[in-house]
Design a binder for this molecule. Sequence first.
Ligand SMILES: NC(=O)c1ccc[n+]([C@@H]2O[C@H](COP(=O)([O-])OP(=O)(O)OC[C@H]3O[C@@H](n4cnc5c(N)ncnc54)[C@H](OP(=O)(O)O)[C@@H]3O)[C@@H](O)[C@H]2O)c1
Length: 386
Amino acid sequence: MCSNSLDSKDVALIFGASGITGWPLMRECLSYPSKNTFSRVLGLSNRPLSRETAYLPDDPRLEIYTGIDLLDKDQTRQTLETIPAIGEVTHVYFVAYTGHGRTAEELVRLNSALVDHALLALKKLCPRMKFFTLQTGGKGYATAGVPWPPAPWKEDLPRLPEPYASKIFYYAVYDVMIRHAAGSSWQWSEIRPSYLPGFTPHHNAMSIAHSLGLFIAFYRSVKGAGATCAFPGTPGSWEALHSDSSQDVVAHFHIYTSLHGDKTHGRSFNVADGEGTSWKVKWPIVCNYFGLKGVGPSAQVAGELQGTKWLLAQKYLWSAWAKDNGLKGDVLENMQWDILDTALSLPLRIDYDLGASREIGFQETMDVGKGFLVAFDRLRRAKFLP
Ligand SMILES: NC(=O)c1ccc[n+]([C@@H]2O[C@H](COP(=O)([O-])OP(=O)(O)OC[C@H]3O[C@@H](n4cnc5c(N)ncnc54)[C@H](OP(=O)(O)O)[C@@H]3O)[C@@H](O)[C@H]2O)c1
């Protein structure tokens, strides 16, 4: 059985290093829980990525390797083989994901292939591997077409029944991991964030902090500093509890879990910033960041378009606004607004129970809304937000 003692010979490897969880993992592995935890941190991604444009520290322990295509089994192994001393890897964080917008069946097929190819290569090339974390999420708890279980959601909720189960790629990637773990010496955990405010070095159309920040910043430009911004959802979605899993907290949780295999091996964990929260608490905070007064949905003016419907009606202003603010001209066009819409309009309680993560000793919390503010700062620095 693996030991998880901290020693500077431990080497971290991150699949999906340019993503919303992979990016903070590259940074945090350099210093959390201590600077001595890992002697090397290897970040792997598909598209080109430079340390400078990714705002990553100039730390010689951080090595970035791009061009890996996890959809290709042979190329995955060959790319890993080119990494010097790949056999030293001890801790692996799997936060790659592909296929957004494809059918549920394709998401199952494509994402299963990513995990399968990574693990086939790791088992061949990384004999010192101690721990593997797999990120999934909350979409395995509920889906359209079946009654939603009461929240707060706990990890031991049963899987959804067929015909839904076989369309949930989280179940599929988990099963791939379990198949590879059988008979192997390494340990594993499945990690389930909820809404994930954060920064990515590439434009990320699904990023809720980016879409929300763009909406509020644009609203401020049109309505003026200090204007009132009515919450564009409903009274139900204003109050409904949900969880935020900010990118630094999620990154810390991956690392923590991988270093405490005696308590975490073979288990699934929710991860979040703290107890369930609501837009009622967060809306004034995120609006204030952009110099607006965020108020509830009762302040909506009857007959006026709200939220993304209002934003889409201003499309003729988008390109000039983006350029005036030093942003890429098509940044608003390239956002996936339906994701923000859903987040702001869901009237159901979907927060997480954090009992399991607390029981293993992970006590980190983040103030309500702070994950968004940190992400806004990072997005501004990269000129993704004005
Ligand atoms: N984002 C959220 O709000 C959220 C919330 C809860 C759960 N989750 C779950 O968390 C998991 C990870 O998603 P994420 O959102 O953190 O990831 P993400 O931000 O979408 O990033 C995906 C990463 O995977 C890499 N990748 C994509 N295709 C690849 C390929 N063929 N070969 C190698 N690498 C490839 C990307 O590299 P390039 O950038 O180089 O293409 C990128 O680094 C998913 O299961 C997702 O459903 C996400």
